[in-house]
Design a protein around this ligand. Structure first.
Ligand code: GA4
Length: 367
């Protein structure tokens, strides 16, 4: 069920302040609710906000060392390596066109000049090449097992949510969305982002190596009229291009989503960190598949904490050859087809030719 996003005293305070300011609330969906109710609530959150916090999701909890905890430990160890060792993991995966910057990256986002205050690992969820990669030089097998286990668990949750959406939207085949991401050649990605504390200086040295240099803490509270609240852009404003994204992060804030307030004006809303939850957002392809009924939400990360933020995001995508066109049930006389049909490969090529913040789906509108 959709419950107020206020389960701790701190969250309660934020929710109360947001309500007093008439700011939009972050929908929270209790994944253990009865299925009928759950499907309606997931569909409603994805239609109204394109975003929700999933609690009681029931994955990643069993076992003495669940995949999530093992992955966090492995990636924290990777990011703690000296810069020159991390650089060895650049471009570790095969790159057939349309290319994507897989492997380790620092500050550079995409190929069109975007930068952010972060370093990251970008892995192809279905590409076994990372098994041989130099990401975890000391124990690459262990690293790939942990990634595989995590991907399987999070993919299952993504499928459950997509099936709930299919049911909530009353699709003839409620599995229409999840089928796309379970194809053996689906193009899903796993991204692990490490945002250094904002009280450290992030520098690229002369050989282009990424260096994190600690300094005394200078992070300031308050926003002084700065729309980023005084923080630095960790990952700039964008929508995710794929079908669905599932994000899990440590307990350091930073994620913001662009939501309409009571007057319909869009405002940046800080998403309080919750390391036990998944944050789910609709991607461009799901907006296209539903003829605009579900919204691909714009979001960003602002680094303003004195502790590092670590986030792991699974981007559920179809195979490159998959054709994306609005499902027939979503096209009616009152709601004519909004986007022309395209393949994911075509969309990917377009997105990599554009800046991060581009509203790229608009280019596919039919007029
Ligand atoms: C945003 C979502 C994912 O992180 C990502 C990003 C990709 C990249 O970092 O290589 C993109 C960005 C993302 C959208 C527009 C293009 C592609 C950078 C960029 C400028 C991995 C993805 O699939 O799209």
């Amino acid at each position: 069920m959709v419950v107020p996003s206020s389960t701790t005293p701190a969250r309660q305070e934020i929710a109360t302040a947001a309500a007093a300011l008439q700011l939009p609330a972050i929908p929270t969906v209790d994944m253990s609710a009865p299925r009928g109710l759950l499907s309606r609530q997931v569909a409603r959150a994805c239609a109204e906000q394109g975003f929700f916090r999933a609690v009681n999701h029931g994955v990643l909890v069993p076992g003495p060392a669940p995949a999530a905890r093992q992955l966090d430990a492995a990636t924290a160890a990777f990011f703690a390596l000296p810069a020159h060792e991390k650089q060895r993991a650049r471009g570790v995966q095969g790159q057939g066109p349309p290319s994507s910057p897989l492997g380790y990256g620092c500050r550079t986002i995409g190929f069109s000049g975007d930068v952010g205050e972060l370093e990251y690992l970008l892995l192809h969820a279905n590409d076994p090449a990372y098994k041989a990669a130099s990401i975890h030089a000391h124990d690459p097998k262990h690293f790939s097992c942990v990634v595989n286990e995590y991907v399987e668990a999070v993919k299952q949750l993504a499928c459950d949510i997509l099936d709930l959406l299919g049911e909530g939207l009353g699709l003839e085949d409620p599995r229409s969305f999840s089928k796309l991401i379970t194809e053996p050649d689906s193009d899903s990605l796993l991204r692990i982002n490490h945002y250094p504390p904002s009280c450290t200086v992030h520098k690229l040295d002369h050989d282009g190596q990424c260096k994190l240099k600690g300094t005394a803490c200078r992070a300031k509270a308050g926003n002084g009229g700065n729309p980023t609240g005084g923080g630095r852009i960790g990952f700039g404003e964008h929508s995710d291009p794929q079908i669905l994204s599932l994000l899990r992060a440590n307990d350091v804030d930073g994620l913001q989503v662009l939501l309409p307030d009571v007057n319909g004006k869009e405002v940046w809303i800080q998403v309080p960190a919750d390391s036990s939850a998944f944050f789910v957002n609709v991607g461009d392809l799901l907006q296209a598949l539903t003829n605009g009924k579900l919204l691909s939400v714009r979001h960003r990360v602002i680094a303003s904490a004195c502790r590092p933020r670590l986030s792991t995001i699974y981007f559920a995508a179809p195979p490159l050859h998959a054709r994306i066109s609005a499902l027939p049930e979503t096209v009616t006389a009152g709601s004519p087809r909004r986007y022309r049909s395209f393949t994911w490969a075509e969309y990917k090529t377009t997105m990599y030719s554009l800046r991060l913040s581009h509203s790229r789906l608009d280019l596919f509108c039919v007029h």
